[in-house]
Design a protein around this ligand. Structure first.
Ligand SMILES: [Zn+2]
Length: 385
């Protein structure tokens, strides 16, 4: 998902030290909203407007609405940063935005404040537009009255919609943080938020089916899809929380691999493929110079270059690694995952003293989680009998 977002996103700029990117799906939504305002909302409420005025007003309304959506996302990120979390970037896409955090909040209060900041900002902006609307109406400045009025309603809808307790959306996160605050236990809080979210998703799906039976085919299917999508999203988030908690309890030494091959920096690309990738059937290798790790190379990244550059050394194509990315066996496994996210790496070295003793890949971590979860399911089902 993150990789997909990366590839199909456009960087707009860096504001407050946080990179802002837009996914192409956002442009579709922009066009959809502008079109709805220009051809639906404006003629219904202001039938006397000419087409030219409607187009200009519609575009300004949509632009302001999108700036407000960006403010919503920045509010999340800035509060998160204020409480010590590292925000990698903000990506805006179809269903709103995503502030990509390097680490999740570790206490309920931080989660509550950083989540509340988003809908809070939307409602504040709605109030602001409402104020402008009221003044413009009393002064008979119709253009501003129209723009402010519609943007007030749009932001009110966004603010309220985000308070619906569907986890992991804003409302669901707020609900979780409140339970978390009370129980002091993030797992039971996530469980409670997930159950509420499941109920919502079933209700949406059931409503969709009833609508279809009632003859509203398109609207019904829409609700059915949203319900199923929410169910998926909730389940994935719940699992992610369980995994994070688990990984904060186990150590790097529990997930690392000690039996592995490294590739000397002067190895030609052709040998890298034949003697390492094909022989060991691994995608990622650490690159060494003498005893030192100096980088890593992913097979997929040089797949297309391997014929043209077969005699050149892997050092030319590798991704350099610095000591900041080195792990110790005693580090929590969660740190490995955090560093991998931070640096977009799939493999990291484990170093004892100065000596490379093991490696950790995303595959190892996923395997560990998979086996652990299966083991737990087996244990649960046997204890129930
Ligand atoms: Zn939000």
């Amino acid at each position: 998902m993150n990789n997909e977002l990366n590839r199909q996103s456009l960087t707009i700029g860096t504001f407050f030290g946080i990179k802002l990117r837009v996914h192409y799906s956002w442009l579709i939504i922009f066009a959809l909203i502008a079109w709805t305002v220009i051809s639906g909302v404006l003629p219904a409420y202001y039938p006397k407007l000419s087409l030219g005025v409607r187009v200009v007003d519609g575009l300004i309304i949509t632009l302001l609405f999108f700036i407000a959506a960006i403010a919503h996302e920045y509010a999340h990120s800035l509060v998160a940063r204020r409480y010590g979390l590292i925000v990698k970037r903000i990506t805006l896409f179809l269903f709103g935005g995503a502030s990509e955090l390097q680490n999740e909040p570790t206490d309920a209060k931080t989660e509550f404040l950083m989540t509340a900041a988003g809908p809070g900002t939307s409602l504040l902006i709605a109030a602001l537009f409402w104020g402008i609307w009221a003044i413009a109406k009393s002064q008979h400045v119709t253009v501003i009255e129209i723009i402010a009025g519609i943007d007030a309603i749009l932001n009110l809808i966004i603010g309220l919609f985000n308070l619906v307790p569907a986890y992991p959306l804003d409302g669901g996160r707020l609900f979780r943080s409140l339970v978390w605050l009370k129980t002091k236990d993030v797992i039971s809080a996530t469980k409670a938020a997930s159950y509420l979210s499941y109920v919502l998703s079933y209700a949406m799906a059931a409503f969709g089916i009833l609508e279809v039976i009632d003859g509203n085919l398109v609207g019904g299917i829409w609700f059915l899809i949203l319900g199923l999508y929410l169910h998926q999203l909730t389940r994935a988030s719940y699992q992610q929380t369980l995994n994070q908690v688990l990984l904060s309890k186990v150590k790097v030494k529990d997930v690392m691999e000690t039996d592995f091959a490294t590739v000397p920096a002067d190895t030609p690309l052709e040998n890298y493929f034949n003697d390492y990738v094909l022989r060991y059937r691994e995608y990622f290798f650490l690159i060494t110079k003498g005893e030192r790790v100096i980088g890593e190379l992913e097979a997929a990244k040089v797949m297309r270059k391997k014929n043209a550059f077969y005699d050149q050394s892997v050092e030319k194509f590798m991704q350099p690694l610095s000591e900041k990315q080195f792990l110790k066996p005693s580090d929590p496994a969660a740190k490995a995952l955090q560093l991998m996210r931070q640096y977009d790496e799939h493999i990291l070295p484990v170093v004892e003293g100065k000596k490379l003793t093991a490696q950790v890949t995303t595959q190892h971590i996923n395997d560990y989680l998979m086996f652990y979860n299966q083991h737990r399911v087996l244990n649960n089902s046997s204890s129930r009998r």
